[in-house]
Design a protein around this ligand. Structure first.
Ligand code: NCD
Length: 307
């Protein structure tokens, strides 16, 4: 059964096809309105979410299907001690596809092994978030015209930020990508991603703590939230939470065609004064996230023989 657990589960060609389908849905939404009639997505969210869960649900509704699920672990049988595998087997009796978010790294993979329907990883702990990456890739391709030959700065919590891990992994397969890692010392990108992804694939990268110093080099700036829920103590979070706050002043040295991205939710990392700047892309990312999830649901349901 084909699932999406890690962004590398899909080839570059498959991702390009998803981007093409998403662009076609954007151009002709009515043509897709009944594609998933009588199909159901189960959204199993063991961790908070606004965009990811509701975008999966909106995506399925716009395809003519319906949704079921839960939005907190406490309201599911996980609170009684049920295993992920048993939950996945149970939901396979009710739905056609599962989107699962879980605080434990690897939980969606465990679910995929037990389920008899496709499972989509909607974020597992501080590990991966492949569907945010699909939304990010669609956004980059729409903003830049193609996914190659650009310098992307990742700023903020690169240690726990799962969206950063998945996007770096995805970008390692495209040509001419340069990466600038901007974070406090304590929140640097995990060593395994540097060695297994950046170094192994020969992606040029630099590390810094100074956002303004590297601003002029960037074509894309990917801001992130400091991931409070992954910290072991509150003091460290409070000390690091406002390490980077993007203000109009800090953009003075930026390129005119910079794309400012953020997976959201933002806390303080981007001043609201930037929302009106034409370079701000974060709410476009939200909308693109719905369209690419529509394309993803169609692909996985077709491959499972359910469409
Ligand atoms: C991200 C996540 O959940 O990892 N949010 C999202 O899905 N768009 C980023 C975050 O929570 O900071």
């Amino acid at each position: 059964m084909r699932s999406l657990i890690d962004i590398l589960d899909f080839s570059v060609e498959e991702i390009n096809e998803l981007i093409d389908t998403a662009n076609d849905i954007i151009a002709h939404p009515d043509a897709y309105a009944d594609c998933c009639k009588r199909k159901k997505i189960a959204t199993l969210f063991f961790e908070p979410s606004t965009r990811t869960r509701l975008s999966f649900e909106a995506a399925m509704l716009e395809l003519g299907g319906s949704v079921l699920g839960f939005s907190e672990a406490q309201s599911s049988s996980a609170a009684k001690g049920e295993s992920i595998s048993d939950t996945a087997k149970t939901i396979s009796c009710y739905a056609d596809i599962i989107a699962m978010r879980h605080p434990k790294e690897g939980a969606p993979l465990v679910a995929a092994r037990a389920a008899s329907i496709p499972v989509i990883n909607a974020g597992d702990g501080g590990h991966n978030h492949p569907t945010q990456t699909l939304a990010d890739l669609l956004t980059i391709s729409r903003e830049k015209g193609e996914i190659k030959n650009f310098t992307i700065g990742f700023c903020g919590d690169l240690k726990f930020g799962r969206t950063v891990h998945s996007l770096i992994s995805a970008l390692s397969r495209y040509e001419g990508i340069r990466v600038v890692l901007i974070s406090p010392e304590e929140l640097k990108l995990p060593g395994y991603i540097k060695t297994d992804v950046l170094e192994k694939k020969g992606i040029p990268y630099t590390q810094t703590t100074d956002l303004e110093a590297v601003m002029p080099e960037l074509d894309v700036l990917y801001m992130t939230r400091v991931q409070r829920e992954r910290f072991f103590n509150e003091e460290d979070y409070l000390r690091l939470k406002d390490s980077y706050i993007l203000t109009p002043q800090k953009l003075l040295g930026a390129k005119r065609d910079l794309s400012i991205m953020h997976p959201l939710p933002r806390v303080n990392e981007i001043s609201v004064a930037i929302d009106e700047d034409p370079r701000a892309c974060y709410f476009k990312q939200v909308l693109n996230g719905k369209y690419i999830r529509m394309a993803l649901i169609l692909k996985l349901l077709k491959e499972a023989g359910r469409l």
